[in-house]
Design a protein around this ligand. Structure first.
Ligand code: 7RM
Length: 630
């Protein structure tokens, strides 16, 4: 691959070029793709609106760049290897040629159900190849997919269906997760009591009994019957929407992050190849769920655009035993392994015995994503999984950035534990202080911003452009604000310090504190609540909820249990608070603002240094909360 960086000096050289002449830089990379019509202008932008357009007037289909472009050379290479929940169940391998046929057939099936260009389609599915086929089939016909993580509750699902006015839902009967068999279609049915869609297509995974509403619900295999194995790709504009992905922010309602076709295609392939230094024939495994951006960019689009073999795993790290990941690595001779710090820490707790049973010598590169990786976990990963010989790429990025922004290039950039190191060429970072003043030079700490557009950046928040502007482009003038704190050390290396807004990161899952509070407040006995994150050994952050309740005729224990269930029902089990403390009041200022700083301190156990609490309406409440700390 000609766009590929191979040396550190090459990296610095390209980086300089990308800043000095960004349009030339990106045009050269974009020219290696297949465009039905080349762009007339590489980039048009302003961050005020924001209005950012890449490869203006370019026409393409992203799936043609996965299939048609590569078929002659890659046809028989495995595109997707699927490892099921149970190790004894049959592995499925789809070559590029086979995957192409499945995508075309499903694209034709979607069209036959009246789904077409511009329609929004919700994908609510387990980790099966059909989930990827569904995404690619949408892209093939120009429908806009919105994948919803299958762990979300029916009301979260209903909110998303409503927000994007989805025409169809692609789903499955059930889902195997470790020892559990979970109903999926049942949750869809619950959501569809509140909102409606025209069509539901159901993939049979578990074979469990499933309600099907006639005229609305169809079995996957039935809609595929008789469909042609070819579909001519829809011609899309570079800036046509490719997908919407909902993500949590500091307000209550998750927002639909919008990504568009041309730029997302260019950036995901570029970043995939350079960060992981993927070589043809390598087996690459990203353990994320396709319901998150990591699954979109680095299970499906990035690897497939690069002609890689991408492994999809249905199961969980600890089932049926804590060596399951390493069993899969050995079984499929995985070369590149990309996971989250929370998984590493969870497996670290089982010691090295589960690892020693397996031969991990195929591994060449390890990756980390989703949250800061602590030094201890980094060293454990490096020593016990990488056997000291695999570079670790600690990749910092966000749903909004679409692809990896800061990361070592495997084997090229010298790594440093817990550091995401340096930005990819094309990514212009800045660190600003609270007043928005840019901090130049090394050994500085502040808020992380991006000063210049990149091809896979967020274009808008679906249906509410002003929210996009307010959230990302208004805090600091002419900069995209990430919401993360960061340090640039004496070497110029970046270390991400975590969120500086009201977003918490639980096991790599993003949640807004307000979102969790809203769910807690749904419990009829709850009067008010305040949620903060606190350091958690395995999850990175845990959820600590302070709740004021009407306690009449209720035991504390029952209430706490019920509140947890309420949250699980409203958002999903991932948002269930780890600790709930019933409190007599909350530390509020005279103007009624909750001082979360104090609540965070108490939750993390630093009970002495409370700072200035004189502005509180009732400073005594702090002592009471401290006394009842969980
Ligand atoms: C890819 C993803 C984004 C937030 C982001 C950070 C945190 C992600 C790292 C990280 C430290 C990392 N998208 N984050 N990667 N923090 N080091 N390598 O996770 O939209 O779900 O979350 O995750 O706070 O803002 S996301």
């Amino acid at each position: 691959m000609s766009d590929r960086l191979h040396t550190l000096s090459g990296y610095f050289h390209e980086y300089q070029k990308s800043v000095a002449q960004p349009e030339e830089f990106w045009a050269r990379i974009a020219d290696s793709f297949h465009w039905k019509k080349r762009w007339s202008k590489v980039l048009q932008w302003n961050f005020e609106e924001p209005d950012v357009r890449w490869f203006v007037d370019g026409k393409l289909n992203i799936t043609e760049n996965i299939f048609e472009k590569n078929l002659y050379t890659l046809g028989d290479r495995p595109a997707i290897i699927w490892e099921p929940n149970e190790s004894h169940e049959e592995v499925r391998t789809l070559t590029y040629r086979e995957l192409f046929v499945e995508v075309c057939r499903f694209a034709n099936a979607l069209l036959s159900k009246g789904i077409g260009k511009g329609d929004r389609v919700i994908i609510y599915m387990p980790m099966v190849p059909e989930a990827a086929i569904a995404m690619l089939a949408c892209a093939r016909i120009g429908a806009i997919h919105s994948v919803v993580f299958a762990g979300f509750s029916s009301s979260s699902l209903a909110d998303r269906i409503q927000d994007c006015q989805a025409k169809a839902i692609l789903t499955a009967d059930g889902n195997y997760r470790g020892s559990k068999k979970i109903t999926v279609k049942g949750i869809v049915d619950e959501a569809l009591e509140k909102v409606s869609v025209e069509t539901v297509i159901v993939y049979r995974r578990t074979g469990q009994e499933t309600f099907m509403q006639s005229g609305r619900d169809f079995w996957w295999n039935e809609v595929l019957e008789g469909q042609s194995e070819f579909h001519k790709a829809a011609e899309m504009d570079s800036e046509d929407l490719l997908f919407i992905l909902y993500t949590s922010g500091s307000t209550g309602k998750p927002k639909g992050v919008v990504h568009t076709t041309g730029g997302y295609m260019v950036y995901t392939k570029y970043s995939f190849e350079n960060v992981f230094q993927y070589c043809p024939g390598d087996v690459y495994w990203c353990t994320a769920d396709i319901g998150w951006i990591t699954g979109h960019s680095y299970i499906v689009y990035g690897p497939l655009l690069a002609g890689a073999t991408t492994l999809m795993f249905e199961g969980i790290p600890t089932y049926p035993h804590p060596g399951r990941f390493w069993e899969v690595v050995e079984k499929h001779q995985v070369n590149v392994f990309y996971t989250a710090p929370t998984a590493i820490r969870a497996l670290q707790a089982f010691g090295t015995e589960p690892i020693e049973k397996y031969n991990l010598s195929s591994l060449k590169v390890l990756g980390s994503v989703g949250e800061p990786i602590n030094e201890e976990a980094w060293h454990w990963y490096h020593t016990h999984i990488g056997k000291g010989k695999c570079p670790i790429v600690d990749t910092w990025w966000q749903t909004e950035t679409g692809g990896i922004m800061i990361s070592p290039l495997a084997g090229i950039t010298p790594t440093k534990p817990a550091y995401a190191t340096l930005p990819l060429p094309g990514i212009q970072l800045s660190i600003v202080d609270a007043d928005g003043k840019e901090l130049h030079g090394n050994s500085v700490e502040g808020n992380l911003c991006i000063n210049f557009p990149w091809p896979s950046m967020i274009r808008t928040t679906y249906g509410d452009h002003d929210r996009c502007k307010q959230t990302y482009f208004s805090t600091y003038k002419n900069k995209y604000f990430t919401g993360d704190g960061v340090k640039r050390d004496h070497d110029g290396y970046y270390r991400i310090l975590g969120r500086v807004d009201d977003v918490i990161n639980v096991s790599g899952h993003r949640l807004g504190t307000a979102e969790v509070e809203n769910a807690i407040n749904e419990h009829p006995k709850v009067i008010e609540s305040a949620v903060v994150g606190y350091p958690h050994e395995v999850k990175g952050q845990g959820i600590y909820a302070y709740v004021i309740c009407d306690m009449s005729n209720r035991s504390e224990e029952n209430l706490i249990q019920e509140i947890k269930e309420t949250v699980s029902k409203i958002i999903g089990p991932i948002a269930k608070p780890d600790k709930i403390q019933l409190v007599p009041g909350l530390p509020k200022t005279r103007s009624g603002k909750i001082m979360r700083r104090i609540l965070r301190k108490i939750a993390e156990g630093s009970l002495d240094a409370m700072g200035d609490i004189s502005t509180l309406l009732d400073p005594e409440v702090v002592e009471k909360i401290k006394a009842g700390r969980k």
